[in-house]
Design a binder for this molecule. Structure first.
Ligand code: GLU
Length: 445
């Protein structure tokens, strides 16, 4: 490839917000251009005027910006090239390979023989020409069809590699015939596999309609989404691990690593599975790797309501540090940590561990309260609290009898981090106040 100056393009139609499949196409084009020192171009295919969705182009550009898929040229809009497409249609009319059909212009397809070409991903592809029909290249409204416009632009923009979805493979005889008619050289083609759900069916309406923006709003980190999109149809050759003697498949990639390691020829032919559980896992991995400060920034950027405007960043960071090893999405933080910001509300039945009676619960909470009151504020470290409470629980047959009511009094939740970690953050006064208010709730009224 050393003699070719690589130029790729991402050519979305502004018919909706960018989906993960579109992000993958953009990413592969970007990676391939970057790893070859070439150019990546954004072209907006806006010739189907009836399907244009307001805000779609802005969303596509903004999403590429968020993911750092910087384009070197563009956005180039096809609607700016109408004269050029008309000229091309005229040229084909003049050559006798196209004809007028009412106000539209159609290209005449050869119906016998076979068209063959080599695809970087699929290898040699052969398609019988009888599968094709004469097709419109210029519509009566003066706008070109995709079939003509994309190919004229790919030529004019000196695109060397067309990397796009494999739904276009079946029309390749048309594109090859058009190239011949213009006496243009073919670019190289790489057709990307369809994205399927876990049952190998077409993505469900819900998943298929989820825009990248929806995933961002739902608390997925851009690093995780990009990494996930990269693996939709591509993965590196497994490496032999010297430690385990096993084949290891690397799954976590930064954008820089992808630029180095991505291989277009290793993209699979078969449909790529969109596995939401894998995305969740990956997002959890990225959440664990980030500093609490960075996560706080991301939570704020995503507009998630963590704490109140008055909450101090240091306080929020402590809470994030406590939860970041458990949570898979940024959007879980507000709900899972709400007890740090407001008094918990719960049913007293939740205070009960196994078969404890009300009197036993009360006694347990009184013991906790006494311990907490006997400590200085500086003793409220999780190590210290854990040691003191576990020592005390030695006397009991089941330490849950001491720790469960305490933890529920602090959080009002069935599941949470340990009471020691929570009390370290809440501090002495709040911790005592919560135990006291649980005791108060248990009083007969
Ligand atoms: N506008 C086409 C689409 O969004 C682009 C296909 C291509 O990359 O050639 O599907």
């Amino acid at each position: 490839m050393s003699n070719i100056h690589v130029r790729t393009r991402f050519a979305p139609s502004p018919t909706g917000f960018l989906h993960v499949g579109g992000l993958r196409t953009a990413l592969y084009n970007y990676l391939f251009a970057r790893q070859n020192g070439g150019q990546f171009i954004l072209r907006v295919e806006d010739t189907d005027r009836t399907r244009i969705v307001e805000g779609a182009e802005e969303n596509i550009i903004e999403t590429l910006r968020i993911f750092g898929l910087d384009f070197d040229e563009g956005p180039v809009r096809q609607s700016e090239h109408l004269e050029r497409y008309k000229e091309c249609a005229k040229e084909l009319l003049a050559k006798g390979v196209a004809y007028e059909d009412g106000d539209a212009v159609r290209f005449k397809m050869l119906k016998d023989g076979i068209t063959s070409f080599t695809d970087i991903i699929h290898g040699e592809i052969r398609i019988e020409n009888k599968t094709q029909e004469d097709f419109v290249i210029l519509k009566s409204d003066g706008f070109p069809t995709y079939n003509l416009a994309h190919l004229v632009d790919d030529h004019d923009m000196a695109i060397t590699h067309v990397i796009r979805g494999d739904e276009f493979i079946s029309s390749m005889p048309k594109y090859i015939a058009l190239h011949k008619a213009f006496s243009w050289e073919l670019p190289q083609y790489a057709h990307l596999p369809l994205i399927l759900d876990k049952n190998r069916a077409k993505l469900s309406k819900r998943e298929g309609e989820m825009a990248v923006k929806d995933f961002l709003d739902d608390g997925y980190l851009k690093e995780a989404i990009l990494n996930f999109a990269a693996l939709l149809g591509w993965h590196p050759a497994p490496e032999q691990s010297s430690v385990l003697g096993k084949l290891l498949e690397k799954e976590i990639f930064s954008k820089e690593e992808l630029i180095k390691e991505f291989k277009l020829e290793r993209v699979q032919k078969a449909g790529a599975i969109f596995d939401t559980a894998k995305l969740d896992w990956m997002n959890g991995e990225y959440i664990r790797k980030k500093s609490p400060r960075e996560l706080l920034e991301r939570i704020m950027e995503a507009g998630l309501p963590l704490g109140s405007p008055a909450s101090k960043p240091e306080y929020l960071e402590k809470i994030i540090a406590l939860e970041q090893f458990r949570l898979k999405k940024l959007s879980e933080f507000p709900e899972k940590t709400n007890y740090f910001f407001k008094e918990p509300e719960y049913n007293t039945a939740l205070l009960k561990w196994k078969n404890m009676s009300d009197a036993e619960i009360k006694k347990s909470l009184e013991i906790s309260k006494n311990i907490l009151e006997s400590l200085g504020a500086q003793d409220f470290t999780k190590e210290n609290l854990e040691k003191i409470f576990l020592d005390k629980a030695e006397d009991l047959k089941d330490r849950g009898e001491l720790l469960w009511p305490l933890r529920v009094a602090l959080t009002g939740k069935k599941a949470s981090p340990s009471p020691f970690e929570i009390m370290e953050i809440l501090g002495k006064d709040k911790s005592i106040a919560r135990v006291a208010s649980a005791l108060n709730m248990l009083k007969p009224h």
